[in-house]
Design a protein around this ligand. Structure first.
Ligand code: ASP
Ligand code: MG
Length: 425
């Protein structure tokens, strides 16, 4: 008998049939004697729909009211889920963030969990109920409703798992786990049995977003094993846990990100303090910068290149125009067609030559490198966007990640799933 926290994402709750399927899964666990806390996201796209609704009456909705509104999405799913479980004859109780004792900081729209007062939750478990908790939401010490940022239900689930000392935190979504690469782009991608927290964080930062990053950080800090798996199958997914020293893959996964642009400021006078000045102004505009490269030229000028999310270009452009004028630089160029490709693997720490091999493979495949950056377990390069697919395929094969099987999305019908779940696994 274990204590299980199971989180369900919006897609797995998108309609009544899917809610019934999840309820069947919970009831099957209950019948096997497990204690269960289910953390639910809002149904389907309802968080987006609520956001649109808010913006239709106010382009800049007040943060406090927005959180109040967004929190209703999870409150619908928790109540519906409790009803669906009760329909199967098992006692269930739904708890809002407040009722589950999730106390957060007061930063609306991006609150952090400060404390979880678990007494009510534990009491409900002791009474034999399946406890359904609304993800994504909490309450400030003053009693105002907050939300944890998009994708925050993952963080709710991990925090609850830590607070009640759960044996495992299962996170159910529409993907079967963490893959060596995005299987929609690289059909020979392999599902990983397990991956370390650090590798998962690097992959997430490099653009392969399976979980909210904060949830992985939290899991690492509290030593919670996350089991990331599909709500539509019974296949085991990927375990995210402390890395085992034994079998460190040199490359565990390859991520790509097309959401960034490359900016080059050309012919900036080369003198002390220039970089500090350029990036100081960019930081003042709260624009995030990722990779930076500075090329010294012969004539006392330098080119500075960096990458930044395309979504921040609107804020960045006026800063660049002013900077070019003030410094007497020639111009700035924005290239939105680039892509970042990253190799991640804990084994890089102890295996030299991975970067060289990566560059050689890319060169052999006629892929030009724009920028390069590394961490202890990651190598990232910026390349032309249209070469992403060929680069991913080549790297995936060369680093021995290819699976024998071709990826195919598996999705059982509601009846098939209910039948399988009822049999246990
Ligand atoms: N419903 C929220 C969102 O869409 C929280 C979550 O799904 O984790 O961001
Ligand atoms: Mg999510």
């Amino acid at each position: 008998m274990s204590l299980i926290v199971a989180k369900f994402g919006g897609t797995s709750l998108a309609n009544p049939q899917r809610i019934r399927d999840v309820a069947a899964r919970l009831v099957a666990y209950h019948e096997q004697g497990h204690h269960l806390v289910a953390v639910v996201s809002a149904m389907g796209t309802s968080t987006d729909d609520l956001l649109k609704l808010a913006r239709s009456v106010n382009e800049n909705p007040p943060a406090r009211e927005l959180d109040r509104l967004l929190a209703t999405g999870e409150q619908v799913s928790m109540a519906i889920m409790a009803m669906a479980v009760e329909a199967r004859g098992v006692p269930a109780v739904s708890l809002s963030g407040r009722q589950a004792g999730i106390v957060t900081t007061g930063a609306y729209n991006k609150a952090k969990i400060a404390e979880i007062r678990t007494d009510r939750l534990t009491r409900a478990l002791d009474q034999g109920c399946i406890v359904i908790v609304a993800g994504f939401q909490g309450i400030t010490a003053e009693g105002d409703i907050t939300t944890l940022g998009r994708g925050g239900s993952d963080t709710s689930a991990v925090a609850i798992a830590a607070a009640i000392h759960a044996d495992v935190c299962e996170i159910y979504s529409d993907v079967e786990g963490v893959y060596t690469a995005d299987p929609r782009v690289v059909p020979r991608a392999r599902k990983l049995e397990s991956i370390s927290y650090d590798e998962m964080l690097e992959l997430a930062a490099a653009g392969s977003g399976v979980l909210q990053m904060r949830s992985v950080e939290l899991a690492r800090n509290f030593g919670i094993t996350i089991h990331c798996r599909s709500a539509f199958t019974n296949t085991p997914g990927t375990l995210i846990r402390e890395e085992t020293q034994m079998e460190q893959a040199i490359v565990s996964g390859i991520a790509y990100d097309k959401s960034e642009a490359k900016i080059t400021i050309r012919a900036v006078p080369d003198r002390v303090g220039i970089a500090a000045e350029v990036f100081g102004k960019i930081a003042e505009a709260s624009v995030n910068v990722d990779m930076i490269v500075q090329n010294i030229s012969e004539h006392g000028t330098t080119d500075i290149s960096f990458t930044t999310p395309i979504s921040e270009l609107r804020r960045l452009k006026p800063v660049l125009t002013a900077t070019v004028a003030r410094l007497g630089a020639r111009e700035f160029i924005i290239d939105e067609t680039v892509a970042k490709v990253s190799l991640v693997g804990a084994g890089m720490k102890s295996n030299p030559g991975i970067a060289a091999k990566m560059f050689k493979i890319l060169a052999d495949n006629d892929v030009n490198l724009g920028m390069i950056s590394t961490s202890a377990i990651r190598i990232s390069v910026v390349i032309e966007g249209e070469k992403v697919e060929s680069a991913l395929h080549a790297l995936h094969t060369a680093f021995g990640l290819d699976s024998d099987e071709i990826f195919r999305e598996t999705q059982l019908s509601g009846e098939e799933l209910a039948a399988k779940t009822a049999k246990g696994r």
